[in-house]
Write a protein that binds this ligand. Structure first.
Ligand code: PLP
Length: 361
């Protein structure tokens, strides 16, 4: 068996320990004689799996008691609709546009009411996070929406916006569990699992209890109401059962590692290796303003499209996979999520050094 270093933005690398354990349990989960994939979501064994997953996640993030954890489906994109459908009272949401995912959420909200773009970094290809200290928040805004880590552009909020008392809603898909987060600062957090915590098909929602309402937009389907899933403890219908089981294993892996403070330190170390190299290279350049750099997604370019393409080709041959930048921006992007080992980043930098030497005349 040979595994590559996988720098994909998602679905992305998972901890090897988790994959090995899942493989060992594949045919017979803890003496049940069946795979978790084959197991009723109403069984005792599965109840333990989902309850433990929630308890471990609560531990990791120190989630306050007045927040509910929901394991849902439909990907992060479904939250773009569920957020306005469930949180609109006045029918107004304020959005900070820091990239394609924020923009998609903003456009989706417009289907259900008024979405205001209160700040944007579109003027410089989303290479920075706008000043969020004094935003023109709408008086009747039901919430302020951010995409906290911008997967495509490689930016991350280092301070949360001043929402002037409004509820903060945040898409944490690409930085979920990469560092500690003060959940109490948010009304709602959501994250697709397929970057930092598990397989695609699971989206995790952490929502303050008072925001789980009956009086949501009238047309909201039963399946798209937070209340439906909160009341049924994420078991209203068949959940993405196997995916939740893997997420649970990742939560345990994080706890064994020492929790999110420890994870953050490792992530900072990995990112520093790559950014330090980029800052000193004559060939490769990071594309993001230094203060807003993501620890998770690191886009870079040579400035020469042919050289970029050659780099992607040669790096793949060297066992460094998925370094091609997002189709909308080109260049390269290294996604170095929680499960990417330090050695993977060291190998990438060493490859970049060699490439630079070989292609500099
Ligand atoms: N939000 C962010 C920040 C993302 O990076 C992505 C996907 O890459 C999405 C939302 C969309 O996620 P999904 O494909 O699960 O709908």
């Amino acid at each position: 068996m040979s595994r590559v270093y996988n720098f994909s933005a998602g679905p992305a690398v998972l901890p090897e320990e988790v994959l090995k354990e899942a493989a060992e349990e594949m045919m017979d989960y803890k003496g049940t004689g069946m795979s978790v994939m084959e197991m009723s979501h109403r069984s005792k064994a599965y109840e333990t799996i989902i309850n433990e997953a929630e308890a471990d996640l609560r531990d990791l993030l120190a989630i306050p008691d007045n927040y509910r954890v929901l394991f849902l489906q439909g990907g992060a994109s479904q939250q773009f609709a569920m957020v306005p459908m469930n949180l609109f009272k006045n029918g107004v949401g304020d959005y900070i546009i820091t990239g394609q995912w924020a923009k998609k959420a903003y456009q989706e909200a417009k289907l259900y009411g008024t979405a205001n773009a209160v700040a944007s970094s579109a003027d410089k290809t989303f290479s920075y996070i706008p000043d969020v200290s004094d935003l023109p928040i709408s008086e009747d805004a039901d919430y302020v929406y951010i995409c906290e880590n911008n997967t495509i552009y490689g930016t991350k909020y280092k301070t949360l916006p001043d929402t002037k008392g409004k509820i903060l809603v945040a898409d944490l898909s690409s930085c979920f569990l990469s560092e500690p987060v003060d959940v109490s600062k948010y009304g709602l957090i959501f994250a697709g699992a397929q970057k930092n915590v598990g397989p695609a098909g699971v989206v995790i929602v952490i929502i303050r209890e008072d925001l789980i309402r009956e009086d949501v937009l009238k047309e909201t389907p039963t399946m798209l109401r937070y209340k439906t899933h909160a009341d049924a403890k994420s078991l209203y219908n068949t959940p993405p059962a196997y995916g939740i089981y893997i997420c649970g294993k990742v939560f345990k892996w994080l706890k064994n590692l020492g929790g999110l403070e420890a994870m953050k330190k490792i992530n900072e170390k990995k990112a520093a290796i790559l950014y330090d190299f980029l800052d000193h290279s004559k060939m490769f350049h990071g594309t993001v303003v230094e203060k807003d750099r993501s620890l998770m997604n690191v886009p870079f370019v040579t400035g020469d499209e042919e050289l970029d393409a050659l780099f992607v080709k040669e790096s793949k041959a060297a066992g460094l996979e998925n370094l091609k930048g997002h189709r909308s921006v080109g260049g390269m992007r290294a996604s170095i999520y929680n499960a990417m080992p330090v050695e993977g980043v060291e190998k990438l930098v060493s490859f970049m050094k060699d490439f630079e030497e070989q292609h500099t005349r």
